[in-house]
Design a protein around this ligand. Structure first.
Ligand code: FEO
Length: 393
């Protein structure tokens, strides 16, 4: 189990989680990686830990380069356990090492672990740390993804180590974006942004502009999940995508998400889909009995129109619709146009609860459309008309 050089004297010493299929509710069919980097300078520096159960693999990769007693600094960019799980073991092996983190990072480490005897070097945005031939500088990026999140920049290598930022839940043999189909990496990066970072668009915009103010010259972005962006073209590709997602830019596209018990809400969903197709608008349809909510939200990220269809069950939202609406509410996509629709047996009104969530998110919404039991052709025509009006909202 060896380290892999990604820049002269900078090594990948991370781990691959081939079996990961779920990440706090997010469907991860392609696994993930927890990337860690070892900088072999006068003061040897390890950047980030890995998930606890793969600690032995990270340790083996570090040991392929250096004994832990020679490590001077351990940079902790983020304390979520997929990046800090191995830190207690690392600190046992390298008690002389100083942890480099920000004040929120120190607080989070102390809240998670027994940190007795750990030494810290606390940084804030713009601070730098000389490790020999290199100077590390730091950018705190609160809420990307936790309050403690920060990024480390190595000017001499034009290398940004942004932890969760620009990552993808993707596990494969390749280490570099250029060695994997680009469309699949971008799909994974988009899904990652939608499911992890979407609520923090403002903070992402702030971080991007702070990086601009610091005039960071970047030709490699090595995140802590997935593949490494190398070369200006790839760096600009992912920075451009983040700028667009953070601003909430949309494509002329609709997402219809629904569930159904006896086919009534499905009929309404099909009617809506036909209207978008006839209008020449790109449209995708997700049945929540089949699609995972994390795939749906990935489609919602850059959609202009979001339609949510609910089959009323026991006077409530259908449980899978409720789960999606709750997930969406937390991720808080902005700038959409929303239409809630559905069917009911004896109590109408549940679609209004969905519309309320859309309103609370600041979306432009149409009046809800609900039908008792099965919609007949005249009702489907009325709904088609409602969708036509919605398209022009
Ligand atoms: Fe990859 Fe927020 O942890």
């Amino acid at each position: 189990m060896n380290a892999v050089e990604i820049k002269k004297d900078v090594y990948w010493v991370g781990v691959k989680d081939w079996n990961l299929r779920e990440f706090h509710g997010y469907n991860t069919p392609d696994g993930s990686t927890y990337n860690s980097y070892l900088i072999m300078d006068e003061k040897i520096t390890l950047v980030d830990g890995v998930k606890a159960y793969l600690t032995h693999e990270q340790i083996a990769r570090v040991k392929s380069m250096v004994d832990f007693s020679k490590i001077s600094y351990v940079v902790v960019n983020h304390v979520e356990q997929d990046h800090s799980g191995s830190i207690p073991e690392i600190m046992k092996l390298a008690p002389q090492a100083v942890i480099v983190t920000n004040s929120a990072g120190k607080m989070a480490l102390e809240a998670h672990f027994d940190t007795t005897g750990w030494q810290y070097y606390i940084i804030k945005t713009g601070d730098s740390l000389n490790i020999g031939k290199r100077n590390l500088s730091f950018l705190t990026t609160p809420m990307l993804h936790w309050p403690d999140s920060m990024m480390t920049y190595v000017a001499e290598d034009k290398l940004l180590l942004p932890n969760d930022g620009f990552g993808q839940h993707l596990c494969c043999e390749a280490l570099l974006v250029k060695d994997y189909p680009n469309d699949l990496v971008m799909k994974a990066a988009k899904s990652y942004y939608a499911n992890i970072l979407l609520p923090y668009g403002q903070q992402a915009e702030k971080a991007l502009s702070a990086a601009g103010e610091m005039k960071l010259d970047i030709d490699m972005i090595a995140p802590s999940h997935g593949l490494i962006w190398s070369g200006k073209e790839e760096v600009n590709q992912i920075l451009g995508a983040y700028a667009s997602w953070a601003k909430g830019e949309t494509n002329h596209k609709a997402v219809i998400v629904y569930d159904t018990m006896w086919g009534a809400t499905a009929k309404l969903a099909e009617t809506a889909m036909a209207e978008f197709q006839d209008a020449g608008i790109n449209v995708v349809k997700h049945n929540l009995g089949i699609s995972h909510i994390s795939d749906v939200i990935t489609d919602v990220l850059d959609a202009e129109y979001v339609l949510i269809g609910n089959p009323t069950l026991n006077n409530q939202m259908f449980p899978r619709v409720a789960a999606f609406v709750t997930y969406m509410k937390g991720l808080a996509p902005k700038g959409k146009k929303g239409l809630a629709f559905g069917s009911y047996g004896w109590r109408p009104g549940v679609a209004k609860e969905i519309k309320q969530v859309m309103d609370d998110l600041g979306w432009k919404t149409a009046d809800v459309f609900e039908e008792k039991y099965t919609p007949k052709s005249d009702v489907l025509s009325q709904f088609a008309q409602r969708v036509k009006e919605f398209i022009n909202l």
